[in-house]
Design a protein around this ligand. Structure first.
Ligand SMILES: Cc1cc2nc3c(=O)[nH]c(=O)nc-3n(C[C@H](O)[C@H](O)[C@H](O)COP(=O)(O)OP(=O)(O)OC[C@H]3O[C@@H](n4cnc5c(N)ncnc54)[C@H](O)[C@@H]3O)c2cc1C
Length: 437
């Protein structure tokens, strides 16, 4: 590997949708930006997600960011000069009893206060919107409908942000892990990488699930956990609906090629590692509420973590090299159950095959909201944009803009206070309910 000794105005760690969007926003505003990823661009969460561009979030303070993001999605292909596959087909959350409908009405009020219009559909309206669907033998009572929600193609979006950032002069460096953040006199001075030190007065940590590990040696802590979730994609069928839909743990969208992207029917898997014990008190209330969806797994992940803590071990020396490309296995039982459920929901489609299945690790915070902005109690010049808790694809465009606003001291696109790092130290972390998009 050749050395990369150089300097930039801003270094961005992580080439997922968030880091790529931050780099794009900074580069187009004239900053000299270097974006570093330990592997290829978008290899972790950002190409493994369902592709939903949704605004229904459990943390109400997120709604303005989600609304700002959808406005950006509407223009994104033009802005990035690349097709991102955005379809504004709306989103439906199906309800199965009166309690669900009461909850939908409450959420509708919260959304309206934040400037987001939604409707609650009757059972018949749902049937009209999703023809041919026999969901749970038709036991739904209605649905919350967000007509401005949509979907996009995860295989296209992050790459499009990175290429657009490059066109504006950003340097994109892949297969080059950041091994540490360099500081002097209480300020950030750059990052240590596999290819040497790169200097910069500002560093944005957008390293997805790895972000807290990178900041911890500087005394900058925040709770962050991942759950593994499996996704299934079918072979193409004739177009049925552009709507993305969620009900009782099962979700689908039909992409432009006619393939259904499905999830649910299986538990989300909580991999046990040593950090789990450190952060447990933060996540227990959320885990308890979501206990029906979660399965605890003790295995190679924990062993790898233990080995990496042994002083002098190769597992420790090669920590980042061994994690260059994270490709967790799809849960075989979950795949079978998801496909079975799909066939029960759309009984008239006949035999539809599976094109592919995969899994991804969704990183999250205890309040299911990201951290965006400067760190508290750490070096000046260090910012975080991480912890997107299953919403980072949808929020990516506006989150990148907000992080860039905060790097440059520009007028923020939305109020950044709900996303401040300090909320954990202040214990100002609201309790959120069952995770449901
Ligand atoms: C199965 C699944 C379904 C999802 N569905 C949706 C959805 O429908 N809608 C939605 O909005 N969100 C969804 N999400 C969440 C969404 O994908 C994430 O919130 C979003 O992609 C997070 O982007 P990110 O850039 O923060 O992280 P990532 O995409 O994980 O990127 C982080 C990057 O940092 C790099 N990195 C880490 N450590 C280092 C280091 N030391 N040096 C250099 N680089 C490093 C990694 O290699 C990686 O490329 C889903 C996620 C999954 C896994």
């Amino acid at each position: 590997m050749s050395a990369l000794e150089d300097s930039s105005d801003v270094l961005v760690i992580g080439g997922g949708i968030i880091g790529s969007a931050v780099a794009y926003q900074l580069a187009r505003r004239g900053m000299a930006v270097t974006l570093l990823d330990k592997g290829p661009i978008g290899y972790e969460q950002s190409t493994r997600n369902w592709g939903w561009v949704h605004q229904q979030v459990r943390y109400p303070h997120l709604i303005p960011l989600a609304v700002a993001s959808v406005k950006m999605w509407e223009e994104l292909s033009a802005d990035l000069e690349a097709d991102v596959g955005f379809i504004q087909g709306g989103n439906l959350s199906l309800g199965f009893d009166d309690a669900d409908l009461v909850e939908f009405e409450q959420w509708r009020g919260t959304a309206r206060d934040a400037g987001l219009e939604t409707t609650v559909l009757t059972r018949d309206q749902v049937a009209d919107t999703l023809p041919g669907m026999a969901w749970m033998e038709g036991t739904w009572t209605g649905a919350l409908h967000l007509p401005t929600d949509g979907q996009a193609d995860p295989d296209l979006v992050t790459a499009a942000f990175a290429r657009a950032a490059e066109r504006h002069g950003a340097r994109i460096v892949t297969d080059c892990a950041v091994t540490g953040i360099d500081t002097a006199g209480g300020s950030v001075t750059g990052v240590l990488t596999e290819r040497g030190l790169i200097r910069a007065p500002r560093v944005v940590v957008a390293a997805g699930a790895w972000s807290s590990r990178l900041t911890r040696p500087l005394g900058v802590r925040f709770p962050q956990r991942s759950v593994r979730s499996t996704v299934v994609r079918t072979t193409p069928v004739d177009p049925i609906t552009p709507v993305t839909a969620w009900a009782d743990g099962f979700t689908f969208r039909q992409d432009r090629a006619g393939r259904f992207v499905l999830a649910g029917g299986e538990a989300a898997i909580y991999e046990v590692d040593l950090d789990l014990f450190r952060d447990m008190h933060w996540f227990l209330p959320l885990a308890w509420r979501n206990r029906h969806w979660l399965r605890i797994h003790v295995g190679r992940h924990l062993l790898g973590d233990l080995a990496a803590r042994l002083p002098g071990s190769s597992a420790r020396r090669e920590f980042w090299q061994r994690r260059r490309k994270i490709d967790p296995p799809a849960d075989a039982k979950g795949v079978r159950e998801t496909l079975g459920r799909f066939h029960r929901v759309f009984p008239n489609l006949g035999e539809v095959g599976m094109e592919s299945s995969w899994a991804g690790n969704i990183d999250s915070t205890p309040d299911q909201a990201p951290i965006i902005g400067p760190v508290t109690g750490g070096p000046t010049g260090l910012l975080i944009a991480t912890g997107f808790s299953g919403h980072g694809f949808a929020l990516g465009p506006a989150a990148g803009r907000l992080a860039a606003d905060l790097v440059l001291g520009d007028e923020p696109v939305v109020d950044p206070r709900p996303f401040r790092h300090a909320r954990f130290a202040e214990r100002d972390v609201p309790t959120v309910g069952v995770h449901r998009r």
